[in-house]
Design a protein around this ligand. Structure first.
Ligand code: AVJ
Length: 330
């Protein structure tokens, strides 16, 4: 493994803390309190998400894994430059443990593609783990990890010349509100040129009960994942959330096509945050909205792409139409 696989951290810790403080102060001052699911992923949250991906109820990861395995050759052909030796960057937003991506990485290496893998993630620990496992499993791979949120990483990559293939797998796109999703896709598409490619994973609309079960598992791992956000605020903002009086609640709304997750205050309580020098009051059964997880239809995906000035060129699904991996180009 080369020295360059040491993750590059784009945003200093103090700026990150300032952003978290501002986010929490604003989000908990609204009539409907809300916190972004982006903040789930501290090191413990990333570890819990690994556990979620292995749960029997959580179908997206294993479905997409099967999908990528089945279609790896066609996907690689659709993504890589036509000239076999032309170098490119393979940028992955929200790389996590890279389990699914390794299918593509291995295929590209075996077919002599010339590329640098740039995994981007907000969890430094997740990227360290990924770099270490890649060093062992695919030692010939060139890796340049970046610890950053998506927009910071995209800005950095936009300034680099060369062909780009951007991966956004796992239906991470489902976390955006419709407005944010549109803005994000436009930001993503903006710097891309004709020969660049985008691969986006979309979880598809299906049996509502089946979807809901994936976000309310019987072992309570998803509940722990949601509640960990409060533990994080206790640690990083000196908050005094008492986890005995908070619950995980989630539901799927077929009308909006989204799973919504909440933290529910099971009694009237006040929470003080030392770092904000502020106290927040919660009524009994008041909720904090912590996550949206949108599910899509094929026509919606076409519209979404068109509105961002992108064209859908390939649409891969599994045999049950649970999930889609979609190739887009400018
Ligand atoms: C990482 C956004 C794809 O929405 O399915 C899993 C996060 N939240 N269980 C999803 C999540 C609760 C996950 N994504």
């Amino acid at each position: 493994l080369t020295a360059s696989s040491e993750p590059e951290q784009l945003t200093p810790d103090d700026q990150q803390l300032t952003a978290l403080k501002e986010h929490v102060a604003a989000g908990l001052s609204r009539p409907q309190k809300t916190l972004s699911s982006m903040y789930f992923y501290d090191d413990e949250g990333s570890r819990l998400f690994q556990q979620i991906m292995a749960l029997p109820e959580y179908y997206p990861t294993r479905t997409e894994f099967g999908l990528l395995t089945q279609h790896q050759a066609a996907l690689a052909t659709a993504l890589r430059p036509a000239a076999a030796q032309e170098p490119f960057f393979l940028i992955e937003l929200g790389a996590g443990d890279g389990l699914k991506t390794k299918i593509l990485l291995r295929h590209l290496l075996e077919t002599n593609a010339v590329f640098t893998y740039v995994p981007v993630d907000i969890s430094g620990a997740a990227l360290d783990g990924l770099a270490a496992s890649l060093g062992e499993e695919l030692p010939e791979l060139r890796v340049e990890p970046i610890v950053a949120d998506y927009s910071a990483a995209l800005q950095l990559m936009a300034s680099r010349p060369g062909r780009k293939v951007v991966l956004f797998l796992g239906s991470n796109i489902g976390n955006f509100s419709p407005d944010d999703r549109q803005a994000f896709l436009q930001t993503l598409a903006g710097p891309l040129t004709t020969n660049d490619r985008l691969l986006i994973g979309f979880d598809l609309q299906k049996d509502p009960r089946f979807i809901r079960a994936a976000y309310d598992d019987s072992q309570g791992v998803t509940a722990a994942f949601n509640l960990n956000l409060l533990t994080r605020l206790n640690r990083e903002l000196g908050a005094d959330f008492d986890l005995a009086h908070w619950q995980h609640y989630t539901d799927y709304d077929p009308l909006a096509g989204t799973v919504r997750s909440f933290l529910v205050s099971t009694r009237a309580q006040a929470v003080h945050m030392a770092a904000l020098q502020q106290t927040f009051d919660f009524r009994a059964w008041e909720t904090i909205h912590t996550e949206n997880s949108y599910k899509f239809t094929a026509p919606q995906i076409e519209v979404l792409a068109a509105e961002a000035g992108l064209r859908v060129t390939e649409f891969f699904t599994d045999s049950q139409d649970y999930f889609a991996d979609v190739v887009l180009r400018p």
